[in-house]
Design a protein around this ligand. Structure first.
Ligand code: SF4
Length: 289
């Protein structure tokens, strides 16, 4: 299956994918049936995770505090529902052209509660929701950073994912072993509302990859006026934080530390960032916060 694996990845990239990773179904051992790929496709052998970047410039208007809407389109709605969706669907078509079934998975949050009753004994209630960022870790694409954001070596927190379940037995990618998150700043320097809570940190273990994460008070994030948005799919899911002050600071810090492969001529943070609610004073020229 090595040739098919490579062909699928090349096709996904030709269709616009920036990130493609493959997890074998065995990597989902221990996942609850309510979130397990086999609950949707019992014959699934592989999970193909596809990501496209949020371009850094998409965040510029939010960072400067002058234009919030373009992020909502190029960074969230259109990126999810047009760009990544098309890349995912065309890759699913390619897989089916090679005689293997391909189930495309939209980026519906795993927190969406069941909306029905089990159709048979032993089955979870519909709708089963797969955690796509968890799947991306299992597919070797990155890690969950200390602030609860998915981080890839190429883009840090700047990407969105969809996935495909298939009965094709593909070659899995290795789990990423090196850490991306440096835990660079104290949580109160990342979040002025105190939503990133180090006193309640925990350790995630995904396929043996251990990741220490702070507790995130999403109730506070839902009140955030620093670039967070309501979740586009369901109120039960965490708000979208990818343009919020915490994420923009994370991007700035990872770039300064030289941790990201997608490097730029000029730094992301050039002056004090826009934020509506802060507890500290930015000093002119103090880009280290
Ligand atoms: S989204 Fe807002 S409240 Fe939540 S961690 Fe980020 S900056 Fe803090």
């Amino acid at each position: 299956m090595e040739r098919l694996t490579q062909a699928i990845k090349e096709h996904a990239r030709e269709c616009g994918a920036d990130l493609v990773g493959i997890a074998s179904i065995e990597r989902f051992e221990g996942v609850a049936p309510e979130h397990h790929p086999l609950s949707i496709m019992p014959e699934a052998r592989s999970v193909v995770v596809i990501g496209r970047r949020i371009t850094r410039g998409t965040l510029r208007g939010v960072e400067e505090g002058t234009q919030m809407s373009h992020y909502g389109m190029y960074g969230y709605d259109w990126l999810d529902n047009r760009f990544v969706a098309l890349t995912t669907f065309r890759t699913a078509e390619f897989i089916e052209d090679h005689r293997w079934e391909a189930v495309p998975l939209a980026p519906l949050p795993a927190q969406i509660p069941a909306s029905g009753i089990p159709v048979r004994a032993g089955l979870p209630a519909p709708n089963v929701m797969i955690d796509l960022e968890d799947a991306a870790v299992r597919a070797g694409l990155g890690e969950i950073g200390y602030c609860g954001l998915f981080l890839s070596p190429r883009y840090g927190p700047r990407q969105r994912f969809q996935a495909i379940l298939t009965d094709a037995q593909l070659d899995p990618d290795p789990i990423l072993t090196e850490a991306i998150c440096t835990r660079c700043l104290a949580p109160d320097k990342l979040c002025p509302l105190g939503a990133i809570q180090a006193d309640q940190e925990s350790t995630l273990d995904v396929c043996g990859k251990k990741m220490v994460v702070a507790h995130i008070d999403y109730g506070l994030c839902r009140t955030c006026k620093n670039g967070a948005r309501p979740n586009a799919y369901h109120n039960a899911a965490p708000p979208d934080r990818l343009a919020a002050l915490c994420t923009r600071t994370c991007i700035s810090q990872l770039e300064k530390a030289g941790r990201l492969e997608n490097a730029f001529e000029n730094p992301f943070r050039k002056r004090a960032p826009w934020a509506a609610v802060v507890k500290w004073e930015y000093k002119e020229g103090d880009l280290d916060l």
